[in-house]
Design a protein around this ligand. Sequence first.
Ligand code: NAP
Length: 300
Amino acid sequence: MSTENTMSADIENGPTVLDGKATAKAVRADVAVGAARLTELGRAPGLTVVLVGDDPASQVYVRSKDKAATEAGFVVNTIRLGADAPQSEIEAAVDSLNADDSVDGILVQLPLPKGLDSDAVIERIDPGKDVDGLTATSVARLAMGRDGMVPCTPAGCVEILNRHGIDLSGKDVVVIGRSQLVGKPFAQLALARNATVTICHSRTRDLAAHCRNADVIVAAVGVAKLVQGDWVKPGAVVLDVGINRGEDGKLVGDVDYAAAATRASAITPVPGGIGPMTIAMLLSNTLRASALRQGIELAG
Ligand code: NAP
């Protein structure tokens, strides 16, 4: 879909709902084909998750990652360490995974329990196995426009746009949020795709005015319904990364979806938008890491 050509039609007929569940399913199916090829020519991709402590949300995320990776044909392991595990034990676990040839991807589930230095743990990961794209090497490679691991959530934002034919070239893109995990890497990816990028944050003056000029808004904040409907330029594309609990206990994004959907040409829902894409891109990163490490070329 070209946003220019279909803009007026889209507004009249309602926006294209960028369905993250369906798109992620398609990505996972492609990954499964690649994993089968690696299994045939070498060995199955190996992903190991390091889970420290018993944070309930982290347990849920790890279970979903395990299920998705197993379904794609990966060998998945989880190393579970107690909440009182010292820094040295976590770093030793990462060291042993770095040295293990059957492990292509290492994922340290964040946040780590209080008192632990997560930056030091992440930095310990071999950049070739850094499937979350969080080591300084991965961050630098992205900033320099070199090939490397890209954090899964912003990679998922780009993938959902690509798979719906939405091109960022020449577009005015407003990214709300400047985290290392989402906002900054998405801004780099958009810049590399020739967008004109504005990064907004909590000190931005007149966020609404920035949004009103944007062809594409990416909200990665963590404030429920921060982006109001009338901040959305008619025909704009809206990606809502936020995951918040509404007053009724239901999940809600950073965008007032109902109001924004009356003006946007395309929009991601919450839930079912960027969330499912994040896990799909973790699999995609791990597949790529595995192919590179095994010296096997994958099509596409
Ligand atoms: P984060 O590290 O807390 O960063 C939030 C960013 O939003 C910061 O840059 C902050 O600005 C900015 N901000 C806060 N309040 C603002 C306001 N009122 N106006 C403008 N900017 C404001 O969060 P994150 O890790 O990037 O995550 C953002 C959201 O995405 C969260 O809801 C999180 O749960 C969700 N998320 C979803 C996925 C997924 O798979 N869908 C993955 C990761 C995160 P300052 O820098 O000035 O403080």
